[in-house]
Design a protein around this ligand. Sequence first.
Ligand SMILES: *[C@@H]1O[C@H](CO)[C@@H](O)[C@H](O)[C@H]1NC(C)=O
Ligand SMILES: *[C@@H]1O[C@H](CO)[C@@H](O)[C@H](O)[C@H]1NC(C)=O
Length: 379
Amino acid sequence: MGILSTRKVGMLLALFWMGTLCYFWLPDHIPDFLDLRTKSTVKSKLDVLPKIHKLNHLPLQVNVKQLNISAGPDALDIVHVCITSDGKTLGGMIALINSILTNTKHHVKFHLVTDDDNADHLGLWIQTSSLKGIDYEVKTFPVSWVTGKIKIRGGRQELGSPLNYARYYLPRLFPDLKERIVFIDDDCIVQGDIMELYKIPIKEGDLAAFSEDCKGMNKRLSRLSNVYAEFLDFKNKHVQEKNIRPGACSFNTGVFVTDLASWHRENITGQLEYWMELNTREEVYGNERGGGGSQPPMMLVFYDRYTPIESLWHVRFLGWTSGTSYSKSFISHAKLLHWNGKFKPWGRVAQHSDVWDKYFVPDPSGKFRPVRRGRGLQA
Ligand SMILES: *[C@@H]1O[C@H](CO)[C@@H](O)[C@H](O)[C@H]1NC(C)=O
Ligand SMILES: *[C@@H]1O[C@H](CO)[C@@H](O)[C@H](O)[C@H]1NC(C)=O
């Protein structure tokens, strides 16, 4: 009797042991009763993309999506986002992508533009990091499109980077895309649901939506008076012919929503090129306090033909000073943060760079590293 019961106990122990092994070895076939099999201990802290992993790897969700094809016009909506970056700011593009995906449950397709030198680097970064599996395409910007058209008169030579002008050429870069697209500068972080911005109603006859400079918080922090006179030379006769009010509110071109079909129809690219070229021959813009770069031609072309974007969807000037100018609680309510100015969140000092750090995905090749004073940002 004693021997038998020892045997029984031994067999029970063996069964229990095998069961435990199966529980951990074949996790997908046995339900996780005890919630023990959490993989988060293995996952990197920076692997903050649970939503993407679910969307791409759970067949159940894909089926739900397919079932819903006939369920209504909203069911199939894809948000198209364009971001442009060169080698110096590539990490900004990565953090921005991650922030958009972390804060939406909608399908986002990324249309990424960079230069010849960085296309492979970008592809590798996405493919070998937690961003693997996102829906994206990479285009290299043909610098020849803007050769001889850029003339920077003010001090900020970095505004002359050809990639800054890629936003002028959206229909030429993406000829198959006829729908709406959101353009976002690579020194931004999105904290709201991108679908809300994408769906903004654009007034009939308007060509895009931009955030105005003279409204709400965005005004207070800028030392400019936020009007067209800060950006254009009103002595120029071509500018005068446009009948623009010098005191009209300026807008920021770092974030906009537009319909590519109307952009194409109205020859926006041709109009922007016209002003760029004219500015190389005569003074149209660039000597004013607002500076040159890609902003003034857009202000000329979109004058009086844009719908305002709500100010929480473009909280800017975070890069204007190194010190904190917004409170932590205001920052937490903003839907989009923009570090325009000199102090980038991947640089030595910048305000609220902790928000940016949350979304940064380290570069597996180690080429791009945020600079931090007194502390390293390690994976
Ligand atoms: C299908 O879409 C509608 C509205 O878009 C939603 O209310 C519904 O829950 C969806 N159905 C499934 C099965 O997900
Ligand atoms: C587009 O606009 C530019 C500048 O105004 C003009 O030179 C060009 O001919 C236009 N192209 C078309 C197809 O209308």
